[in-house]
Design a protein around this ligand. Structure first.
Ligand SMILES: Nc1ncnc2c1ncn2[C@@H]1O[C@H](COP(=O)(O)OP(=O)(O)OP(=O)(O)O)[C@@H](O)[C@H]1O
Length: 379
Protein backbone atom coordinates (compact mmCIF):
# COMPACT_ATOMS: atom_id res chain seq x y z
CA UNK A 1 0.00 0.00 0.00
CA UNK A 2 1.25 3.51 -0.78
CA UNK A 3 2.20 5.81 2.07
CA UNK A 4 0.61 8.73 0.22
CA UNK A 5 -1.88 8.55 -2.63
CA UNK A 6 -3.07 11.57 -4.55
CA UNK A 7 -6.15 10.69 -6.61
CA UNK A 8 -7.47 12.79 -9.47
CA UNK A 9 -6.84 16.07 -7.68
CA UNK A 10 -7.94 19.24 -9.40
CA UNK A 11 -7.18 22.71 -8.14
CA UNK A 12 -7.90 25.97 -9.91
CA UNK A 13 -7.39 29.54 -8.73
CA UNK A 14 -10.28 31.26 -10.51
CA UNK A 15 -10.06 29.95 -14.06
CA UNK A 16 -6.35 29.16 -13.76
CA UNK A 17 -6.16 25.38 -13.44
CA UNK A 18 -2.97 24.57 -11.55
CA UNK A 19 -3.51 20.87 -10.82
CA UNK A 20 -5.49 19.09 -13.47
CA UNK A 21 -6.50 15.56 -12.54
CA UNK A 22 -3.24 14.79 -10.74
CA UNK A 23 -2.75 11.22 -9.54
CA UNK A 24 0.42 10.07 -7.80
CA UNK A 25 1.56 7.40 -5.40
CA UNK A 26 4.41 7.67 -2.92
CA UNK A 27 5.86 4.53 -1.34
CA UNK A 28 6.82 4.05 2.28
CA UNK A 29 10.28 5.48 3.01
CA UNK A 30 10.67 6.94 -0.44
CA UNK A 31 12.26 10.33 -1.14
CA UNK A 32 10.41 11.97 -4.02
CA UNK A 33 11.08 15.42 -5.47
CA UNK A 34 8.48 17.59 -7.13
CA UNK A 35 10.69 19.33 -9.68
CA UNK A 36 9.70 22.05 -12.11
CA UNK A 37 9.90 25.71 -12.99
CA UNK A 38 8.38 28.47 -10.92
CA UNK A 39 4.59 28.53 -11.09
CA UNK A 40 4.04 24.93 -12.24
CA UNK A 41 2.13 24.04 -9.09
CA UNK A 42 4.68 22.23 -6.92
CA UNK A 43 3.88 24.14 -3.75
CA UNK A 44 0.15 23.87 -4.40
CA UNK A 45 0.48 20.08 -4.67
CA UNK A 46 2.56 19.89 -1.50
CA UNK A 47 0.03 22.02 0.37
CA UNK A 48 -2.80 19.81 -0.86
CA UNK A 49 -0.97 16.79 0.57
CA UNK A 50 -0.32 18.68 3.81
CA UNK A 51 -3.97 19.67 4.18
CA UNK A 52 -3.10 23.37 3.99
CA UNK A 53 -4.78 23.90 0.65
CA UNK A 54 -8.37 23.27 -0.31
CA UNK A 55 -8.97 21.72 -3.73
CA UNK A 56 -11.87 21.29 -6.10
CA UNK A 57 -12.07 17.53 -6.51
CA UNK A 58 -10.16 14.32 -5.91
CA UNK A 59 -8.72 12.91 -2.71
CA UNK A 60 -5.57 12.45 -0.66
CA UNK A 61 -4.94 9.22 1.26
CA UNK A 62 -2.26 8.29 3.78
CA UNK A 63 -1.73 4.53 4.15
CA UNK A 64 -5.01 3.98 2.36
CA UNK A 65 -7.00 6.22 4.73
CA UNK A 66 -8.80 9.20 3.22
CA UNK A 67 -7.29 12.41 4.63
CA UNK A 68 -9.28 14.84 2.56
CA UNK A 69 -11.28 16.12 5.52
CA UNK A 70 -8.57 15.69 8.16
CA UNK A 71 -7.00 19.00 9.20
CA UNK A 72 -3.28 19.53 8.65
CA UNK A 73 -2.31 19.27 12.31
CA UNK A 74 -3.95 15.86 12.61
CA UNK A 75 -2.30 14.32 9.55
CA UNK A 76 0.98 13.34 11.18
CA UNK A 77 3.17 15.39 8.87
CA UNK A 78 6.35 17.34 9.49
CA UNK A 79 7.13 20.34 7.32
CA UNK A 80 10.16 22.49 6.60
CA UNK A 81 9.90 25.66 4.53
CA UNK A 82 12.33 27.94 2.75
CA UNK A 83 12.15 30.47 5.57
CA UNK A 84 13.69 29.15 8.74
CA UNK A 85 10.56 29.92 10.76
CA UNK A 86 12.21 29.13 14.10
CA UNK A 87 11.14 30.94 17.25
CA UNK A 88 13.86 33.57 17.62
CA UNK A 89 13.56 33.89 21.40
CA UNK A 90 13.93 30.15 22.05
CA UNK A 91 17.07 28.02 22.14
CA UNK A 92 17.65 25.18 19.72
CA UNK A 93 16.40 22.72 22.35
CA UNK A 94 13.30 24.76 23.06
CA UNK A 95 12.50 25.05 19.38
CA UNK A 96 12.75 21.30 18.93
CA UNK A 97 10.74 20.65 22.10
CA UNK A 98 7.95 23.01 21.07
CA UNK A 99 5.74 20.59 19.09
CA UNK A 100 6.28 17.92 21.76
CA UNK A 101 5.13 20.29 24.50
CA UNK A 102 2.16 21.25 22.38
CA UNK A 103 1.31 17.55 22.16
CA UNK A 104 1.59 17.34 25.98
CA UNK A 105 4.31 14.76 26.00
CA UNK A 106 5.85 13.86 29.36
CA UNK A 107 8.83 16.06 30.32
CA UNK A 108 11.32 13.19 30.55
CA UNK A 109 10.21 11.88 27.16
CA UNK A 110 10.58 15.34 25.66
CA UNK A 111 14.14 15.67 26.97
CA UNK A 112 15.03 12.26 25.61
CA UNK A 113 13.51 12.99 22.22
CA UNK A 114 15.23 16.38 22.00
CA UNK A 115 18.60 14.76 22.86
CA UNK A 116 18.02 12.27 20.08
CA UNK A 117 17.10 15.00 17.57
CA UNK A 118 20.03 17.24 18.50
CA UNK A 119 22.33 14.29 17.92
CA UNK A 120 20.61 13.41 14.65
CA UNK A 121 21.30 16.87 13.24
CA UNK A 122 24.77 17.05 14.78
CA UNK A 123 24.20 20.27 16.74
CA UNK A 124 25.09 19.05 20.23
CA UNK A 125 27.51 21.94 20.69
CA UNK A 126 24.92 24.50 19.70
CA UNK A 127 21.85 23.23 21.47
CA UNK A 128 21.67 26.10 23.96
CA UNK A 129 22.06 28.83 21.34
CA UNK A 130 19.30 30.92 19.85
CA UNK A 131 18.60 30.88 16.09
CA UNK A 132 20.36 34.14 15.34
CA UNK A 133 23.61 32.71 16.74
CA UNK A 134 23.46 29.96 14.11
CA UNK A 135 24.26 29.88 10.39
CA UNK A 136 21.45 29.51 7.87
CA UNK A 137 22.32 25.86 7.29
CA UNK A 138 22.31 25.14 11.03
CA UNK A 139 18.95 26.86 11.41
CA UNK A 140 17.49 24.66 8.70
CA UNK A 141 18.82 21.59 10.49
CA UNK A 142 16.99 22.75 13.61
CA UNK A 143 13.84 23.26 11.56
CA UNK A 144 14.26 19.72 10.26
CA UNK A 145 14.74 18.36 13.79
CA UNK A 146 11.66 20.23 14.98
CA UNK A 147 9.66 18.76 12.10
CA UNK A 148 10.91 15.23 12.84
CA UNK A 149 10.65 15.39 16.65
CA UNK A 150 6.98 14.30 16.87
CA UNK A 151 7.86 11.32 14.62
CA UNK A 152 5.57 12.25 11.78
CA UNK A 153 4.79 9.62 9.17
CA UNK A 154 5.44 11.98 6.28
CA UNK A 155 7.99 14.75 5.85
CA UNK A 156 7.19 17.60 3.46
CA UNK A 157 10.01 19.94 2.44
CA UNK A 158 9.24 23.12 0.51
CA UNK A 159 12.48 24.46 -1.00
CA UNK A 160 14.29 24.23 2.35
CA UNK A 161 17.67 24.96 0.75
CA UNK A 162 16.77 27.97 -1.38
CA UNK A 163 17.82 30.67 1.04
CA UNK A 164 21.31 29.22 1.53
CA UNK A 165 24.52 29.88 -0.33
CA UNK A 166 25.88 27.23 -2.71
CA UNK A 167 28.35 25.48 -0.43
CA UNK A 168 26.07 25.21 2.60
CA UNK A 169 23.35 24.13 0.27
CA UNK A 170 25.12 21.12 -1.11
CA UNK A 171 26.31 20.06 2.36
CA UNK A 172 22.82 20.36 3.85
CA UNK A 173 21.40 18.56 0.84
CA UNK A 174 23.54 15.53 1.68
CA UNK A 175 22.78 15.82 5.39
CA UNK A 176 19.02 15.91 4.79
CA UNK A 177 19.26 12.85 2.60
CA UNK A 178 21.36 11.00 5.21
CA UNK A 179 18.93 11.90 7.99
CA UNK A 180 15.95 10.91 5.87
CA UNK A 181 17.52 7.52 5.15
CA UNK A 182 18.40 7.03 8.81
CA UNK A 183 14.86 7.83 9.94
CA UNK A 184 13.34 6.05 6.93
CA UNK A 185 10.55 8.58 6.59
CA UNK A 186 8.50 9.06 3.41
CA UNK A 187 9.58 12.46 2.13
CA UNK A 188 8.23 14.81 -0.52
CA UNK A 189 10.58 17.60 -1.49
CA UNK A 190 9.69 20.64 -3.59
CA UNK A 191 12.47 22.18 -5.65
CA UNK A 192 13.13 23.97 -8.91
CA UNK A 193 16.78 22.93 -8.72
CA UNK A 194 17.50 19.86 -10.82
CA UNK A 195 20.83 19.18 -9.14
CA UNK A 196 19.11 18.89 -5.78
CA UNK A 197 16.40 16.67 -7.20
CA UNK A 198 18.91 14.38 -8.92
CA UNK A 199 21.19 14.18 -5.89
CA UNK A 200 18.51 13.40 -3.33
CA UNK A 201 15.62 11.55 -4.90
CA UNK A 202 14.56 7.97 -5.31
CA UNK A 203 12.06 9.28 -7.86
CA UNK A 204 11.31 12.63 -9.44
CA UNK A 205 7.93 14.04 -10.40
CA UNK A 206 8.85 16.39 -13.23
CA UNK A 207 6.25 19.13 -13.64
CA UNK A 208 5.77 21.64 -16.43
CA UNK A 209 3.34 24.24 -17.66
CA UNK A 210 0.70 21.64 -18.45
CA UNK A 211 1.04 19.58 -15.28
CA UNK A 212 3.00 16.42 -14.58
CA UNK A 213 5.32 15.53 -17.43
CA UNK A 214 7.05 12.46 -16.09
CA UNK A 215 7.44 10.37 -12.96
CA UNK A 216 10.62 8.32 -12.93
CA UNK A 217 13.95 7.63 -11.31
CA UNK A 218 16.57 10.34 -11.77
CA UNK A 219 18.60 8.36 -14.32
CA UNK A 220 15.54 7.83 -16.51
CA UNK A 221 14.55 11.49 -16.31
CA UNK A 222 18.11 12.43 -17.22
CA UNK A 223 18.51 10.08 -20.15
CA UNK A 224 15.00 9.98 -21.56
CA UNK A 225 12.92 13.03 -20.73
CA UNK A 226 9.46 12.06 -22.00
CA UNK A 227 8.60 15.61 -23.11
CA UNK A 228 10.59 18.27 -24.89
CA UNK A 229 9.55 20.78 -22.23
CA UNK A 230 11.05 18.57 -19.54
CA UNK A 231 14.18 17.98 -21.60
CA UNK A 232 14.78 21.68 -21.96
CA UNK A 233 14.12 22.28 -18.27
CA UNK A 234 16.55 19.73 -16.92
CA UNK A 235 19.67 20.49 -18.84
CA UNK A 236 21.60 22.50 -21.35
CA UNK A 237 20.62 20.89 -24.58
CA UNK A 238 20.81 21.20 -28.30
CA UNK A 239 17.25 21.25 -29.58
CA UNK A 240 17.41 20.99 -33.34
CA UNK A 241 14.54 21.29 -35.75
CA UNK A 242 14.67 18.62 -38.46
CA UNK A 243 12.18 17.79 -41.22
CA UNK A 244 11.93 14.07 -42.02
CA UNK A 245 12.95 13.23 -45.57
CA UNK A 246 13.35 9.88 -47.35
CA UNK A 247 12.53 8.20 -44.08
CA UNK A 248 15.52 9.76 -42.36
CA UNK A 249 16.37 12.56 -39.96
CA UNK A 250 19.60 14.11 -41.16
CA UNK A 251 21.42 17.15 -39.91
CA UNK A 252 24.70 18.71 -41.02
CA UNK A 253 26.43 15.36 -41.40
CA UNK A 254 26.32 15.01 -37.60
CA UNK A 255 23.51 12.49 -37.49
CA UNK A 256 21.44 10.42 -39.88
CA UNK A 257 18.70 8.48 -38.08
CA UNK A 258 15.70 6.47 -39.23
CA UNK A 259 12.69 8.76 -38.93
CA UNK A 260 9.83 7.75 -36.63
CA UNK A 261 7.52 10.25 -38.40
CA UNK A 262 6.32 10.51 -42.03
CA UNK A 263 8.34 12.55 -44.55
CA UNK A 264 7.68 16.28 -44.39
CA UNK A 265 6.90 16.20 -40.65
CA UNK A 266 8.94 18.32 -38.30
CA UNK A 267 10.59 16.90 -35.20
CA UNK A 268 13.07 18.13 -32.62
CA UNK A 269 16.30 16.24 -32.18
CA UNK A 270 17.50 16.94 -28.68
CA UNK A 271 20.78 16.03 -27.03
CA UNK A 272 22.70 17.29 -24.05
CA UNK A 273 25.62 19.65 -24.43
CA UNK A 274 27.78 17.05 -22.68
CA UNK A 275 26.73 14.39 -25.19
CA UNK A 276 28.65 16.20 -27.91
CA UNK A 277 32.06 14.54 -28.33
CA UNK A 278 34.74 17.12 -29.05
CA UNK A 279 38.39 16.69 -30.05
CA UNK A 280 40.87 19.23 -31.28
CA UNK A 281 40.96 19.02 -35.07
CA UNK A 282 43.25 16.29 -36.37
CA UNK A 283 43.43 14.75 -32.90
CA UNK A 284 43.06 11.21 -31.70
CA UNK A 285 39.78 10.49 -33.35
CA UNK A 286 41.39 10.45 -36.80
CA UNK A 287 42.83 7.08 -35.92
CA UNK A 288 39.40 5.62 -36.41
CA UNK A 289 40.83 2.31 -37.45
CA UNK A 290 41.22 1.80 -33.72
CA UNK A 291 37.92 0.52 -32.45
CA UNK A 292 36.73 2.80 -29.70
CA UNK A 293 33.40 3.89 -28.32
CA UNK A 294 33.22 6.69 -30.85
CA UNK A 295 33.97 4.50 -33.85
CA UNK A 296 30.36 4.55 -34.99
CA UNK A 297 29.96 8.28 -34.64
CA UNK A 298 30.11 10.73 -37.52
CA UNK A 299 32.73 13.38 -37.06
CA UNK A 300 32.29 16.82 -38.56
CA UNK A 301 34.49 19.90 -38.34
CA UNK A 302 33.50 22.88 -36.22
CA UNK A 303 34.99 26.01 -34.74
CA UNK A 304 34.79 27.30 -31.16
CA UNK A 305 32.83 30.56 -31.14
CA UNK A 306 32.96 31.08 -27.40
CA UNK A 307 34.40 29.08 -24.61
CA UNK A 308 33.41 29.69 -21.00
CA UNK A 309 35.94 28.25 -18.59
CA UNK A 310 34.25 26.84 -15.51
CA UNK A 311 37.16 25.08 -13.80
CA UNK A 312 36.48 21.38 -14.14
CA UNK A 313 34.56 21.93 -17.38
CA UNK A 314 34.41 24.39 -20.25
CA UNK A 315 31.15 25.28 -21.86
CA UNK A 316 31.43 25.79 -25.62
CA UNK A 317 29.40 27.43 -28.35
CA UNK A 318 30.45 25.84 -31.60
CA UNK A 319 29.81 26.72 -35.20
CA UNK A 320 29.59 23.99 -37.81
CA UNK A 321 30.78 24.42 -41.38
CA UNK A 322 27.23 25.18 -42.50
CA UNK A 323 26.92 28.06 -39.98
CA UNK A 324 24.68 26.02 -37.68
CA UNK A 325 25.41 26.32 -33.96
CA UNK A 326 25.96 23.65 -31.35
CA UNK A 327 26.39 23.69 -27.57
CA UNK A 328 28.97 21.42 -25.99
CA UNK A 329 30.68 20.84 -22.66
CA UNK A 330 34.18 19.45 -22.32
CA UNK A 331 36.06 18.21 -19.27
CA UNK A 332 39.61 17.36 -18.25
CA UNK A 333 42.62 18.75 -20.06
CA UNK A 334 40.54 19.65 -23.10
CA UNK A 335 38.57 22.07 -20.91
CA UNK A 336 41.84 23.87 -20.22
CA UNK A 337 43.44 23.69 -23.65
CA UNK A 338 40.53 24.54 -25.86
CA UNK A 339 40.26 28.22 -26.80
CA UNK A 340 38.06 30.65 -28.65
CA UNK A 341 38.45 29.96 -32.36
CA UNK A 342 39.99 26.49 -31.86
CA UNK A 343 39.28 24.15 -34.78
CA UNK A 344 37.64 20.99 -33.49
CA UNK A 345 35.87 17.87 -34.69
CA UNK A 346 32.56 16.93 -33.16
CA UNK A 347 30.26 13.92 -33.08
CA UNK A 348 27.16 12.75 -31.26
CA UNK A 349 26.26 9.15 -30.49
CA UNK A 350 22.90 8.27 -31.96
CA UNK A 351 21.81 6.74 -28.65
CA UNK A 352 22.13 10.17 -27.02
CA UNK A 353 19.67 11.80 -29.41
CA UNK A 354 16.06 12.08 -28.24
CA UNK A 355 13.52 12.75 -30.95
CA UNK A 356 10.40 14.73 -29.99
CA UNK A 357 7.30 15.01 -32.12
CA UNK A 358 4.61 17.44 -30.98
CA UNK A 359 6.52 17.80 -27.73
CA UNK A 360 6.62 14.10 -26.90
CA UNK A 361 9.46 11.62 -27.01
CA UNK A 362 9.03 9.33 -30.01
CA UNK A 363 12.50 7.87 -30.47
CA UNK A 364 15.87 7.53 -28.80
CA UNK A 365 18.48 7.29 -31.52
CA UNK A 366 17.22 4.69 -33.97
CA UNK A 367 14.88 3.10 -31.43
CA UNK A 368 11.23 4.12 -31.44
CA UNK A 369 9.52 4.80 -28.15
CA UNK A 370 5.96 3.56 -28.07
CA UNK A 371 4.89 4.53 -24.58
CA UNK A 372 5.47 7.65 -22.61
CA UNK A 373 4.39 8.86 -19.19
CA UNK A 374 1.90 6.51 -17.59
CA UNK A 375 1.01 4.64 -20.70
CA UNK A 376 -0.07 7.54 -22.88
CA UNK A 377 0.81 6.71 -26.46
CA UNK A 378 3.18 9.16 -28.05
CA UNK A 379 1.82 11.30 -30.85
N1 LIG B 1 -3.59 31.84 -3.52
C1 LIG B 1 -3.45 31.93 -4.84
N2 LIG B 1 -4.30 32.65 -5.59
C2 LIG B 1 -4.18 32.71 -6.92
N3 LIG B 1 -3.20 32.12 -7.63
C3 LIG B 1 -2.29 31.40 -6.95
C4 LIG B 1 -2.36 31.27 -5.52
N4 LIG B 1 -1.34 30.49 -5.13
C5 LIG B 1 -0.67 30.13 -6.25
N5 LIG B 1 -1.24 30.67 -7.35
C6 LIG B 1 -0.79 30.49 -8.73
O1 LIG B 1 -0.79 29.11 -9.02
C7 LIG B 1 0.35 28.74 -9.78
C8 LIG B 1 1.12 27.66 -9.08
O2 LIG B 1 1.67 28.17 -7.90
P1 LIG B 1 2.65 27.32 -6.97
O3 LIG B 1 3.11 28.18 -5.86
O4 LIG B 1 2.01 26.03 -6.63
O5 LIG B 1 3.83 27.04 -7.99
P2 LIG B 1 5.30 26.53 -7.72
O6 LIG B 1 5.59 25.56 -8.79
O7 LIG B 1 5.44 26.06 -6.33
O8 LIG B 1 6.14 27.82 -7.95
P3 LIG B 1 7.31 28.49 -7.07
O9 LIG B 1 8.49 27.61 -7.26
O10 LIG B 1 7.45 29.83 -7.68
O11 LIG B 1 6.78 28.51 -5.67
C9 LIG B 1 1.12 30.02 -10.02
O12 LIG B 1 0.79 30.51 -11.27
C10 LIG B 1 0.63 30.93 -8.92
O13 LIG B 1 0.71 32.27 -9.34
Amino acid sequence: MSAVTVKNVRKAYGDHVVLDDVSLEFSEGEFVSLLGPSGCGKTTLLRVIAGLQSFDSGSVEFDGVDMTNVPAQKRGIGMVFQQYSLFPNMTVRKNIAFPLEAARMQRADIERRVDEMVELIGLEKHQHKRPKQLSGGQQQRVALARALAPRPRILLLDEPLSALDAQVRSRLRDQIRDIQKEVGITTIFVTHDQTEAFAMSDRIVLMGSSGILQVAEPAEIYARPSHREGANFIGRRNDIKVVASEGRLRWEGLFDLPSPVPDGEKVRCSFRAESVNVTLAGGARRSNSVVNEWAEARWVPARVRTRTYLGSTSSLKLQLAGEEKLKAVVTGSLAVHIEDDSAVDVSVDAKDINVYSKGRLVAVGSEQVMETYEGATAA
